[in-house]
Design a protein around this ligand. Structure first.
Ligand SMILES: [Ca+2]
Ligand SMILES: [Ca+2]
Ligand SMILES: [Ca+2]
Length: 450
């Protein structure tokens, strides 16, 4: 189905950035993963029977002393095998595949992802069983456990006096997507909630159904132009808030009246004298700072709009990309409109890519383990979900110019549900390869009333 090339993961260096909140994501089945790395207090040899033999899927086909499983140095040793996994999870189960002499595991402990502390799991000793066999440890108090990245497996082989070999270890648990999403699935989940962000503008105008879009650590001393264009008569009001919460607002802007758009999810959006625009320079003294845009409807009206952000640059210096974090509001969900994100290159050689990330900058996968990411819209193997080749589409840009879409440009169309409210969709906008240049981000979103 939809797969995104693996290299989009390997090329990242995200340590200097952060994102508040979790990514909104459908709660589904837990993910299952095999250990990806391992160490042990001893190993029988440095290649066969070494700790790495306990990583990956089980590959020891029958009970016996095979080099495809980990074995300690001595047949009667007291040892610990430690395995690590790629994705931290809130764990529900650990499965230890044993391929020789099960019965010497005295217990397991879990390694917390953030604190790296160790959490002992009570009553996790192996009573012994068939060979080959799986020791399943269910973690009944899963809700109390932090994100887990590794498992220590303690063995005391003195009694049995023969190697208890371990072929593979599986960790089952939930990713961090839904950490801040608390609402139920009920149809009434939106009742009684505020529609969105309330903003009082410097000119005294106010709205209460705002959608918040945060740009994380925007480059300073750069000029950004943000424009909101309504569909079908929707009259947008736009606010830009700095980290201090102070804001500039604009309702109808003379210089924005020529702005239009034509995108796969919007159809033709003609120019309107109701469009709002703010041009601002990020002058904060820090090298980078967060900027929040809020779009609402004049007099809290419902409708759809396109938000166009000009001035974005992908450079070698920030190859990790720019992060846009959208807070899912009740009004967005009530609109029935997907959260649609577009990334269109201005510089011809630049090849855009959008990926979704969680609060810890892990790339987000769907239930089928497909990355929720898009390199080239309209190419099923390179773009998650519903997408359309952006050739032939366009957005307006400043000075009466039009920016046409191209076949390398990216889009993601994210579904919204009531239980996503309060969570974030975090989009990282970056280069698909080692190309750099200017680009424009556009969001097509809706605000409704529950
Ligand atoms: Ca193995
Ligand atoms: Ca307006
Ligand atoms: Ca691309």
């Amino acid at each position: 189905m939809h797969t995104v090339k693996r290299w989009i993961i390997a090329g990242l260096c995200l340590t200097s950035l952060w994102v508040a909140g979790a990514t909104a994501q459908e709660e589904g089945d837990p993910i299952r993963q095999w250990a990806s790395s391992a160490t042990a207090t001893s190993e029988y040899s440095s290649d066969g029977w070494n700790a790495m033999q306990a990583t990956g899927e089980p590959n020891t086909e029958e009970c016996g002393d095979y080099r495809t499983a980990w074995a300690s140095a001595r047949s009667n040793g007291v040892d610990t095998l430690t395995v690590y996994f790629e994705t931290p999870v809130y764990p529900t189960q650990v499965n230890i595949h044993q391929s020789y002499n099960p019965g010497s595991i005295t217990g397991i402990s879990l390694i917390a992802y953030e604190s790296e502390t160790t959490i002992t799991v009570n009553n996790s000793a192996d009573p012994g069983g068939p060979c080959p066999g799986v020791l399943t440890v269910n973690l009944l108090e899963a809700d109390e456990l932090p994100l887990i990245i590794g498992v220590n497996i303690e063995l005391d082989q003195r009694e049995i006096g023969n190697w208890n070999e371990i072929d593979a270890v599986e960790l089952v648990g939930y990713m961090d997507f839904a950490a801040e999403l608390e609402n139920s699935n009920s149809d009434n989940a939106l009742e009684g909630l505020p529609l969105g962000r309330s903003v009082t503008c410097d000119n005294g105008e106010s709205f209460d159904n705002g959608i918040e879009v945060k740009v994380v650590q925007m480059r300073t001393r750069s000029i950004y132009t943000v424009t909101a264009v309504g569909l079908n008569g929707f009259d947008p009001v736009l606010a830009v808030l700095g980290e201090s919460g102070r804001g500039l607002c604009n309702d109808d802007d003379n210089t924005a009246t020529f702005y239009g758009a034509g995108l796969p999810t919007t159809g033709d959006v003609p120019p309107s004298n109701l469009s709002a625009q703010i041009i601002f320079e990020n002058r904060d003294t820090d090298a980078f700072s967060d900027i929040t845009f809020v779009v609402g409807g004049r007099n809290n009206m419902s409708g759809e709009f396109v938000l166009i952000v000009e001035g974005m640059v992908s450079s070698e210096a920030d190859g990790a990309g720019d992060v846009f974090s959208v807070l899912v509001s009740p009004g967005m969900v009530a609109s029935g409109v997907n959260l649609n994100a577009y990334m269109i290159s201005v510089t011809e050689v630049f090849d855009p890519l959008i990926a979704t990330i969680d609060a810890e900058y892990n790339f987000v996968q769907d239930d089928d383990k497909n990355y929720i990411a898009c390199d080239d819209a309209g190419v099923e193997s390179l773009c998650w979900g519903e997408s359309t080749n952006l050739s032939g589409f366009y957005v307006s840009r400043s000075e009466n110019r039009v920016l046409p879409g191209g076949s390398k440009d990216a889009m993601l169309s994210m579904p919204l549900k009531p239980d996503y409210v309060g969570g974030y969709y975090n989009f990282v906008m970056r280069s698909a390869g080692n190309t750099y240049g200017d680009y424009i981000v556009a969001f097509h979103m809706g605000i409704g009333e529950p």
